[in-house]
Design a protein around this ligand. Structure first.
Ligand SMILES: [Zn+2]
Ligand SMILES: [Zn+2]
Length: 72
Protein backbone atom coordinates (compact mmCIF):
# COMPACT_ATOMS: atom_id res chain seq x y z
CA UNK A 1 0.00 0.00 0.00
CA UNK A 2 1.11 3.51 -0.72
CA UNK A 3 1.67 5.77 2.25
CA UNK A 4 2.35 9.05 0.52
CA UNK A 5 0.98 11.70 2.80
CA UNK A 6 2.47 15.15 2.34
CA UNK A 7 5.19 15.52 5.00
CA UNK A 8 4.84 19.24 5.54
CA UNK A 9 6.24 18.92 9.02
CA UNK A 10 8.89 16.36 8.22
CA UNK A 11 12.51 17.40 7.96
CA UNK A 12 13.54 14.10 6.47
CA UNK A 13 11.72 14.05 3.17
CA UNK A 14 14.04 13.29 0.30
CA UNK A 15 13.30 13.93 -3.35
CA UNK A 16 13.30 10.59 -5.22
CA UNK A 17 14.87 12.20 -8.30
CA UNK A 18 17.80 14.20 -6.94
CA UNK A 19 17.92 12.40 -3.56
CA UNK A 20 18.37 15.61 -1.65
CA UNK A 21 16.43 16.62 1.44
CA UNK A 22 14.32 19.50 0.16
CA UNK A 23 11.75 21.87 1.59
CA UNK A 24 10.17 22.81 -1.73
CA UNK A 25 7.86 19.90 -2.39
CA UNK A 26 5.58 19.39 -5.37
CA UNK A 27 2.79 16.84 -5.57
CA UNK A 28 1.94 15.23 -8.88
CA UNK A 29 -1.80 14.88 -9.38
CA UNK A 30 -3.64 12.54 -9.53
CA UNK A 31 -1.09 9.97 -8.30
CA UNK A 32 0.15 12.16 -5.40
CA UNK A 33 3.79 11.25 -5.69
CA UNK A 34 6.15 13.85 -4.23
CA UNK A 35 9.16 15.50 -5.81
CA UNK A 36 11.10 18.67 -5.26
CA UNK A 37 9.83 21.60 -7.30
CA UNK A 38 12.95 21.93 -9.43
CA UNK A 39 13.01 18.26 -10.40
CA UNK A 40 9.36 17.92 -11.31
CA UNK A 41 9.31 21.15 -13.28
CA UNK A 42 12.34 20.03 -15.26
CA UNK A 43 10.77 16.61 -15.77
CA UNK A 44 7.41 18.05 -16.79
CA UNK A 45 9.04 19.92 -19.64
CA UNK A 46 10.17 16.57 -21.04
CA UNK A 47 7.33 14.23 -20.12
CA UNK A 48 3.77 14.59 -18.91
CA UNK A 49 3.90 11.37 -16.92
CA UNK A 50 4.95 10.81 -13.33
CA UNK A 51 8.64 9.83 -13.01
CA UNK A 52 7.77 7.15 -10.46
CA UNK A 53 4.58 5.50 -11.64
CA UNK A 54 4.15 6.90 -15.19
CA UNK A 55 0.64 8.08 -14.45
CA UNK A 56 -0.30 10.99 -16.70
CA UNK A 57 0.04 14.13 -14.58
CA UNK A 58 -2.81 16.60 -14.78
CA UNK A 59 -1.53 19.17 -12.33
CA UNK A 60 1.47 19.73 -10.10
CA UNK A 61 0.68 21.15 -6.69
CA UNK A 62 3.54 23.09 -5.16
CA UNK A 63 3.78 23.32 -1.40
CA UNK A 64 6.58 25.45 0.01
CA UNK A 65 6.10 25.14 3.74
CA UNK A 66 2.55 26.33 3.99
CA UNK A 67 2.48 28.44 0.86
CA UNK A 68 0.23 26.58 -1.56
CA UNK A 69 0.15 27.37 -5.23
CA UNK A 70 -1.07 25.29 -8.13
CA UNK A 71 0.61 25.22 -11.51
CA UNK A 72 -0.45 23.38 -14.62
ZN1 LIG B 1 14.69 16.79 -6.63
ZN1 LIG C 1 3.20 8.89 -9.55
Amino acid sequence: ADNQSIPLHSEEWMCPICREVRQDIATASPCNHLFCVGCIQRWAQLRASCPLCRTAMKTIKVSVWGDNTVTQ
